[in-house]
Design a protein around this ligand. Structure first.
Ligand code: AP5
Length: 264
């Protein structure tokens, strides 16, 4: 699943303009998606982006796109790639430099669906500062949850198109022709950081650092916990119901709030 939206500014930096700005359907949504590796943040970001007209913005995609250009050995992005392949976090100063260079996307009138950023409390505080500088606020922070065994099944079956970044799964979302992207015909690959050792590191890093980010947003009253088992479409519907129950109903979408005591 991918959003076929032009994200040139996000992927390459503020010097490059998007050829086709997001449509911005009605109100501009500004959301952050949290959750462990493989929980389905990218998949949900693509659906939310399609339905809400906001851009799906992933820092992981920025690093993976940088890899497609030749990186000078020893440069911050080359070092970031090595860390990423090992499953470690990229240092905050590198990530924040990259975000600073993409501020246009945070100001975009179409809104944004951030995933993969922020990943540390320092990054969350920096995002708050950037948004406050533009008198903008997050609408909600969606925190997806899934048992470990299902996370590993999602990561081990994931296949990626290196050209258009479409994401597949060998069992739950296979391409029409095995190993070939439905959208652009490129050969599918496995991400280097989906290897078992890197997955192990990523899960530990998530438990240690990234979960503090959830506490940060919980304190701000922005956190919405969402059960990420079930199909992508069912999770999206669940997300809408939870947003509606927070009186953040998307324009034109009439949904009953989740009943008190009902499972997410
Ligand atoms: P990043 O690219 O952000 O990866 P991640 O957070 O580990 O998340 P993933 O992309 O692995 O999973 P996802 O939750 O998006 O799941 P997906 O939708 O693909 O970061 C990668 C690395 O970059 C980091 O480890 C770090 O090194 C570095 N980095 C990035 N940002 C950073 C930052 N801010 N600070 C520091 N370092 C940073 O789904 C997974 C699979 O499951 C797919 O095959 C999909 O088809 C399938 N699937 C999805 N939903 C369902 C469903 N409901 N049912 C069945 N299958 C499903």
């Amino acid at each position: 699943m991918t959003a076929f939206r032009d994200r040139t500014t996000w992927l390459q930096g503020d010097r490059f303009g998007c050829l086709q700005p997001p449509p911005g359907k009605g109100r501009a949504w500004r959301l952050v998606l949290l959750g462990p590796p493989g929980v389905g943040k990218g998949t949900q970001a693509a659906i939310l982006a399609r339905e809400f007209g906001a851009c799906p913005l992933s820092t992981g995609d920025v690093f993976r796109t940088a890899h497609e250009r030749s990186l000078a050995p020893g440069s911050p992005l080359a070092e970031a790639e090595q860390r990423m392949n090992r499953g470690e976090l990229v240092p905050d100063d590198v990530v924040l430099g990259l975000i600073q260079n993409r501020r246009t996307c945070l100001r975009c009138p179409g809104g944004f669906i951030l995933h993969g950023f922020p990943r540390t409390v320092a990054q969350s505080a920096a995002l708050d500062g950037l948004l406050a500088g533009d008198r903008l606020k997050l609408d909600a922070v969606l925190s997806y949850e899934l048992p470990l065994v299902k996370l590993i099944a999602r990561l081990s079956g994931r296949r990626l198109c290196p050209r258009c970044h479409a994401v597949y799964h060998a069992l739950t979302h296979p391409p029409a022709r095995e190993g070939v992207c439905d959208h652009c015909g490129s050969g599918l690959i496995q991400r280097a950081d989906d290897a078992a050792e890197a997955v192990h590191t990523r899960l530990i890093v998530h438990a240690e650092a990234t979960s503090q980010v959830a506490d940060y947003y919980q304190r701000q009253g922005l956190l919405v916990a969402i059960d990420a088992s079930d199909t992508p479409e069912a999770i999206f519907e669940r997300t809408l119901r939870l947003l509606a129950s927070r009186k953040l109903q998307a324009r034109g979408i009439e949904l009953e709030p989740t009943a008190p005591g009902a499972t997410n």
